[in-house]
Design a protein around this ligand. Structure first.
Ligand code: SF4
Ligand code: SF4
Length: 350
């Protein structure tokens, strides 16, 4: 006998807490600012989402109700819906492959939960506060008399240790925020290992290369214009001075600035922050705001423009690919050019 939809869904009761998304073992539930959807082609009627929902916005239908739906007898009249939420899909499970393919979104819904975890605005704000607080602590320690009075090698050791602590605390807080709501950190952050088709990988790679060329060209143009206008700062932070010159300094700079730095910054800005903002305000406002904060975070008026452009490109890439790997790759390559240029010649670089 044909079965009707296994779940009854009331988007008006949903407060977008994301518990159902996390509970679903098949990633069938999607919750966003304007929708609550179940992909019936994935749903096996286990009821985990209904159990997890604290507001009874998703309820597992009784066998009788499902039979009534399947037999064609009328369902009780649905309550009139209003407000921003769109009605959830209530298509019966057994649909033709063509219908399923036509109804399926081509990519994850905008502003939806990445990897089954919906960042809240409060969590995004908390993460940002931790990042800025740790940044201040790092700066205060690195510039303190105690550190600057040490000899060069001791200064370098302390700076690297403080930098490592700065990154470790951010990663620790992100993981804690995800785990406290039962999420899986790698999936929630869009860096879990997943099977991708050759076409998807090729498309993401092409977007990363195009993003790198575009952002680097714009940065070079910006450097040229500001130099012509006499606005180029006298000196910028010298990476060789920060990490030491020579091969050891170069390798340390690569580790910190090309590998660890971009990864952690992507987790914070394009991971927690952008997702939390997107859930509340939509994708493009989220991309713009996180890019502005990302630019401000680099605390140089001269760097504001190129880092804002880079932040927008990284945010768009994360949204477009529904993964943090492409923005991590673009960010790392962008920084790699900076590191190589800084070690080849001590000239101001963006
Ligand atoms: S009933 Fe089970 S499989 Fe279906 S959406 Fe809910 S949690 Fe996912
Ligand atoms: S658990 Fe319930 S209230 Fe929370 S997002 Fe899912 S449907 Fe909405």
């Amino acid at each position: 006998m044909k079965q009707g939809p296994p779940l009854s869904i009331n988007p008006r009761a949903c407060d977008r807490c994301g518990a159902c998304v996390t509970a679903c073992p098949h990633r069938a539930v999607r919750v966003g600012r304007t929708y609550l959807q179940v992909d019936w082609s994935r749903c096996d009627a286990c009821g985990a989402c209904a159990k997890a929902c604290p507001r009874r916005a998703i309820v597992l239908r009784s066998a009788g109700a499902r039979g009534r739906a399947a037999s064609g007898r009328p369902e009780p009249a649905p309550r009139k819906r209003s407000g921003a939420m769109q009605p959830a899909s209530a298509t019966p499970r057994r649909r033709s492959a063509k219908a399923v393919a036509a109804a399926a979104p081509r990519r994850a819904p905008k502003g939806g939960a990445r990897g089954g975890f919906q960042w809240s605005l409060l969590e995004a704000a908390a993460m940002l506060s931790v990042t800025f607080s740790m940044f201040m602590v790092k700066e205060v320690i690195s510039l303190s008399d105690w550190v600057t009075s040490l000899d060069a090698s001791a200064q370098l050791t302390v700076r690297v240790l403080v930098l490592a602590l700065y990154y470790a605390v951010q990663v620790g807080v992100i993981v804690w925020l995800v785990r406290r709501r039962g999420g899986e950190p790698l999936r929630a952050l869009g860096i879990a290992h997943e099977q991708h088709s050759f076409g998807q990988v090729a498309r993401s790679t092409a977007l990363v290369v195009a993003g790198l060329v575009m952002t680097r060209l714009l940065a070079s143009l910006y450097t040229f214009v500001t130099r012509e206008l006499g606005l180029l700062p006298e000196s910028t932070t010298s990476l060789p001075a920060l990490f030491g010159s020579g091969e050891a300094g170069f390798l340390l700079a690569v580790l910190m600035v090309v590998v660890i730095g971009p990864t952690v910054e992507e987790l914070v800005f394009r991971g927690a922050l952008q997702e939390g903002l997107a859930a509340r305000f939509g994708v493009w406002p989220a991309i713009i705001v996180q890019a502005a904060l990302f630019a401000a975070f680099h605390r140089s008026w001269w760097l504001l423009v190129p880092t804002f452009v880079l932040g927008v490109a990284l945010g768009w890439l994360a949204e477009r690919c529904d993964s943090l790997w492409p923005p991590i790759a673009l960010h790392a390559l962008y920084n790699a050019i900076t590191v190589v240029a800084a070690f080849l010649a001590s000239v101001p670089t963006v």
